[in-house]
Design a protein around this ligand. Sequence first.
Ligand code: ADP
Ligand code: MG
Ligand code: MG
Length: 249
Amino acid sequence: MLQIKNLHANIDGKEILKGLSLDIPAGEVHAIMGPNGAGKSTLSYILAGREEYEVTEGEIIFNGVNMLDLAPEERAAAGLFLAFQYPVEIPGVQMTNFMKTALNAIRKQRGEAELDALDFLKLLKAKQKDLGISDDMLKRPVNVGFSGGEKKRNEVLQMAMLNPSFAVLDETDSGLDIDALRIVADGVNRLRAPERSFLVITHYQRLLDYIVPDHVHVLANGKIVKSGGPELAKELEAKGYADFMGEAA
Ligand code: ADP
Ligand code: MG
Ligand code: MG
């Protein structure tokens, strides 16, 4: 589904990714772990299409298409979803309206008809119930004054509504509490399916106790330096990243 080949990327003239390769088939959950500053978030921003990152070499193929040729909204229409480390607050825009606009924008990009108000609400109700989100929360402006857990719930709701074929989750290093971890993990686990893949990016092993990945990769100094199964995450938890930092250097 997603193939990253020999990706090199700069920001402000500094090379951050230095030949990163990764292959994620349909239906799999891959985790990337790595020390702070390794380039994990850089990878997620490049997948998102943030223009301040300059790709100098390599390619990203998503379902047979060169993703680097696509604008961010075209990537979303092609089935990519990114959950960010720090969700943005949008004062004045109600959650429900935001969700409807986002969903219909993607449908339009895909050449699909807009959902009418009734069908939209039906879909929203179903997902909302799964996630234990109150009507009250959906009437509030997007993320404004939301707790960390509510922001996460909102993100997972967006993911469930947009029904992406590939989702990237870049978790904050500063640590979600256990409740927020469970919200994210339950949301992801519920969406695991043969036609959908996930890339879970995390500094800590904890999240991977809840989302058990098919494959774990270590990103250090701008490239993947080791890959393995879920046991690799446990090994990193016990030993830290010191070995890999030496290897990468
Ligand atoms: P991680 O998510 O693995 O902790 P990041 O991708 O956030 O790592 O950062 C990778 C490296 O890129 C770090 O050394 C960071 O300081 C550097 N970096 C990130 N953004 C910028 C920027 N705007 N200008 C210069 N360096 C940056
Ligand atoms: Mg970091
Ligand atoms: Mg990061």
